[in-house]
Ligand binder design. Structure first.
Ligand code: EPU
Length: 428
């Protein structure tokens, strides 16, 4: 079993370059199957979720390879299967978007109900309802959606919650539909905007992205394009919190600072010095952390994916903070792991009440999901003594070179692993 060992108590110093966004890559890679040709993507993170998705693409008949310059090429000219490998699909949420993509390009698809981090029910009803409104026929049999759609037709979709995944899925499905599709109350996440940018670079006609209403004028086909995955705002936020919790002084580079604004504004409320420029953030802390309350919301609200690391920070604040999770029903399982480290956290329904303690102490803890892992790394960096993290497969899904990056910032952190399971993947 791989573990990460952290000897905490060292303030982080220096600069760190943020890699490509997991959630942006996982939205754009399936969309590349809409294009009968070679898509070239830059800044794709080498993480296990990306590798898993590329395995699925290859199963369908796509050719995928990382070039020596780091770019990923996806050749979707020779797709010849429309069913997906159930065991792989069930391990990740983003694979579900293949349903709409395959239906849009080939008129048939068979995709299992998706998996992903265990943070709540995570149904797919908005995706299914939207695809049916576009004219797809879907049947759920033995956990697999079987779909046919001789032609998708533009329609008006209203999402009862601004789901990032459903917005992205329906945008892909509608890109080549007959006529105009509008999605009302859609998600405004940067990854939604960038997916629309990618599709438009391929010839789609999408407008309104970044607002609550998106309009998609269907085109007859898409053409190949070269495009860049966004810098990972969640990774950047994790480094900012790691700097703050250790009383460090860190510059986080290669980012779009505006995407981190909801987190940075809360970080400043805790008494941390935050200076944001267009493509970098500087974070420094000298004094004691102040408590603050956070409530997760769809973008541009406070991101649920940073709720867990931010809560780790608040365990050391001088007073009581309330963290309210409104996006997922069960994203507090990690708090029992923080309690092992001496944190004073009480979960009441959708809120965690955190009373700051003077210090955390290292302990053996397990990563209950991806961002829980990030929270425990942050806590371990600040704790006195040794923290040992297990269940690293969750962390490997979304953080590229995390241990190396933190070592470069002066952390005493190392990973014990068996060969070929370092989280850094081979070229595919
Ligand atoms: N929802 C439904 N029905 C649906 C779709 C969503 O009820 O058909 C609910 C979900 O259960 C959830 C809420 O709507 O309560 C929001 O879900 P959303 O669809 O926005 O999330 P997602 O697209 O499944 C992506 C990210 C998540 C991130 C959310 C919110 C990917 C692969 N995943 O998930 O990332 O939390 O958006 O920003 O892009 C992570 O990176 O740790 C992670 C979980």
């Amino acid at each position: 079993m791989d573990t990460i060992k952290i000897r905490g108590g060292r303030p982080l110093h220096g600069s760190v370059k943020v890699g490509g966004s997991k959630n942006d890559a996982l939205a754009i890679i399936p969309a590349a199957l809409l294009v009968p040709g070679i898509t070239k993507l830059r800044n794709v993170p080498r993480i296990s979720d990306v590798e898993r998705l590329l395995n699925i693409l290859r199963y369908l008949g796509a050719d995928t390879r990382f070039l020596p310059d780091g770019a990923l090429e996806i050749d979707a000219s020779a797709i010849h299967r429309f069913d997906t490998p159930q065991d792989q699909v069930q391990q990740m949420r983003a694979s579900f978007n293949l349903l709409g993509v395959l239906l849009a390009r080939f008129g048939k698809a068979s995709v299992a109900m998706p998996g992903g981090c265990n943070i709540g029910a995570r149904p797919v009803n908005f995706h299914v309802k939207g695809l049916e409104q576009l004219g797809a026929h879907l049947m759920l049999e033995h956990g697999v959606y079987e779909g046919t759609a001789p032609r998708l037709n533009g329609t008006e979709v209203y999402l009862e919650f601004p789901s990032a995944g459903a917005t992205q899925h329906l945008m892909c499905a509608a890109a080549c539909a007959e006529g105009v599709t509008t999605i009302e109350n859609c998600a405004q996440e940067p990854e939604v905007v960038n997916l629309a940018g990618f599709l438009n670079a391929c010839g789609a006609k999408i407008s309104g992205m970044g607002t609550p209403n998106i309009s998609i004028e269907g085109v007859s086909s898409l053409h190949p394009a070269e495009y860049s995955i966004l810098p990972d705002r969640l990774q950047a936020s994790t480094f900012a919190i790691a700097a703050a919790i250790t009383g460090g002084n860190v510059t986080i580079c290669n980012i779009q600072a505006e995407h981190c604004r909801p987190v940075l504004s809360k970080l400043a409320e805790t008494g941390v010095e935050v200076i944001a420029r267009a493509d970098e953030i500087h974070v420094r802390r000298n004094g004691r952390l102040m408590p603050t309350d956070i409530k997760t919301l769809p973008h541009p609200g406070f991101p649920t994916d940073v709720q867990q690391p931010f809560a780790a920070l608040l365990t050391l604040a001088d007073g009581t903070s309330v963290v309210t999770e409104t996006v997922y029903e069960s994203r507090f399982r990690y708090t029992t792991e923080l309690q092992r480290m001496g944190a004073d956290v009480r979960v009441e329904g959708r809120s965690a009440i955190i009373t700051g303690v003077p210090m955390l102490t290292g302990a053996p803890v397990s990563c209950t999901d991806l961002r829980a892992g990030a929270a425990l790394v942050c806590a371990g960096l600040a704790a006195q003594g040794v923290t040992i993290l297990s269940e690293l497969e969750h962390l490997d899904r979304g953080y590229e070179n995390l241990v190396e990056n933190l070592q470069n910032l002066g952390a005493d952190i190392r990973r014990s692993n068996s060969p070929n399971t370092t989280g850094k993947l081979q070229s595919a």
